[in-house]
Design a protein around this ligand. Structure first.
Ligand code: CO
Length: 478
């Protein structure tokens, strides 16, 4: 019988538009395409990569129409993947693994902007096309029907950034994406940018000078502000010049604390800079302004050790612990008053999700996410939860033996009134049956509406988005 480690086995071949059996009933209003991303193979020839984030991107698509589910999976045809398949080694520095070629060539590559295009984190749209993205300046545009790569994409604009966050926001009111990049240099800066729908150029909203840029994986957006959560897992240009794999250049300096940097979206001005006790975060659930304070919900870890826990050697231990933090709320008064901190869920909790289409940047009540319920949890996160932030309690939990669900994507029912009227879509690993399954849960009580088992295992993935027929995204998370 398999355990969580079958979710790290390499995927072979590709799948084109295969119809899946459906148990239960998919709501008839659910019509669109769930596009997901995540690593699917962890070697180049005989060479194993070190970190979960180094795996080669495998695109996964689920078409849902009239109660039926069809699925496709295909490795992202990045330059990094094509080179590895052809030559059996790495072409570029990855998140936690270096290629075999020497330091000088690595530094030359970085100086020339030859970063990896192994874009395995999530999916976004650039200029009307679909793109797989990661944290380097290079993404890969692909055909949404066949999942075939069209080209590697680099923005041809004036925004000076060394790396940028894969997690961007989409503002439905202003029809624009908002993103964050880090410009590493003699004077390093965080640069917040916007990109109107359909545009291929980014424009700077504002920037903040920083001595030691932090490894930030996401940020928060309200209707009026951009909120950067700058934890003290940071680096310097000098450290970066040592030629180590990307993440090895960062160090945890708890004495510095974690800083909230709040920028005005209109003027770009820094309107608040507040320090709290140190914590690390990958993911924000949402943020909003309430009574003169910015309220930020995020998943907090005590320190950055989760980054090391995600090395493949650690994950492949039979007794590997599931990774998640505390779902936490910070209220940061803009007038300088005391910051309040509230525990919404003790954790482990990850992949926090709100009704993004309606609630992004606005007050929300519910946060969904993956959690762990077992007495002695092993492997990946093993349940899905709905947290009621108003009552400060878990409102519902979904679980199934030996099953490890991935990120839950909320899709609201068209015409809904209630915030939780919709479904959660999650691709789960059924480790006992050694196959993956697409779950369709009722978002209000987490009862199972339908499941579509796959004939094989899809390696555990990261993030995705649901696109309705008209191409409007339902971003999976902040
Ligand atoms: Co992420």
């Amino acid at each position: 019988m398999g355990d969580h480690r079958v979710g790290l086995a390499p995927f072979e071949g590709r799948v084109d538009d295969r119809e899946l059996p459906v148990e239960g009933t998919v709501p008839p209003w659910l019509d669109g395409r769930l596009l997901r991303n995540g690593p699917g193979r962890f070697h180049a020839g005989d060479r194993e990569v070190n970190h979960w984030f180094d795996g080669f991107a495998l695109l996964r698509a689920f078409d849902i129409d009239d109660g039926a589910v069809r699925y496709s999976a295909r490795f992202l045809g990045s330059e990094a993947f094509e080179h590895a398949s052809r030559e059996g080694d790495l072409a570029f520095m990855e998140f936690g693994t270096n290629p075999d070629h020497g330091l000088l060539r690595r530094l030359y590559q970085v100086a020339r902007g030859r970063f990896t295009d192994n874009a395995s984190v999530t999916i976004t749209r650039i200029g009307g096309e679909f793109a797989a993205v990661t944290e380097t300046p290079r993404s890969v545009v692909f055909d949404p029907e066949t999942l075939a790569a069209r080209r590697t994409h680099t923005f041809a604009d004036d925004l000076a950034v060394t790396w940028s966050l894969a997690h961007t926001h989409y503002d439905f009111d202003h029809e624009q994406a908002v993103g964050l990049g880090v410009d590493l240099g003699r004077e390093s800066r965080y640069r917040v940018y916007c990109r109107p729908k359909g545009a291929t150029r980014r424009a700077e909203i504002g920037s903040v000078a920083v001595d030691r840029p932090s490894y930030m994986h996401s940020f928060a957006l309200t209707t009026d502000h951009v909120v950067l959560t700058e934890h003290p897992f940071d680096t310097t240009p000098l450290q970066m010049a040592r030629g180590k794999p990307f993440v090895e250049n960062f160090s945890w300096r708890p004495a510095a604390g974690t800083r909230f940097l709040v920028l005005d979206r209109e003027t770009g001005a820094l309107v608040a800079e507040r320090r709290v006790d140190p914590f690390f975060t990958f993911h924000h659930a949402n943020a909003f302004t309430d009574d003169g304070a910015v309220v930020i919900d995020l998943v907090a870890f005590d320190d950055a050790s989760v980054v090391t826990d995600l090395y493949l050697d650690e994950l492949r231990r039979p007794d590997a612990r599931p990774h998640g933090g505390e779902l936490r709320r910070y209220c940061v008064p803009l007038d300088g008053g005391p910051i309040e901190r509230e525990r919404l869920h003790a954790g482990p909790f990850e992949f926090p999700m709100v009704d993004y289409r309606r609630r992004a940047g606005r007050k929300h009540r519910y946060v969904w996410g993956a959690g762990s319920e077992a007495d002695r949890p092993r492997g990946f996160l093993d349940c899905l939860r709905k947290v009621d932030t108003e009552r400060g309690e878990t409102a519902a939990t979904w679980t199934d033996p030996d099953t490890f669900p991935g990120e839950p994507v909320f899709v609201g029912r068209p015409g809904r009134n209630a915030e939780d009227d919709g479904v959660l879509l999650s691709v789960a690993l059924d480790a006992a049956a050694e196959r993956s399954v697409l779950l369709v849960l009722d978002a209000s009580d987490l009862t199972e509406r339908a499941r579509a088992p796959l004939p094989e295992v899809l390696p555990m993935g990261f993030h995705g988005q649901f696109f309705t027929g008209d191409g409007v995204p339902t971003p999976s998370m902040a």
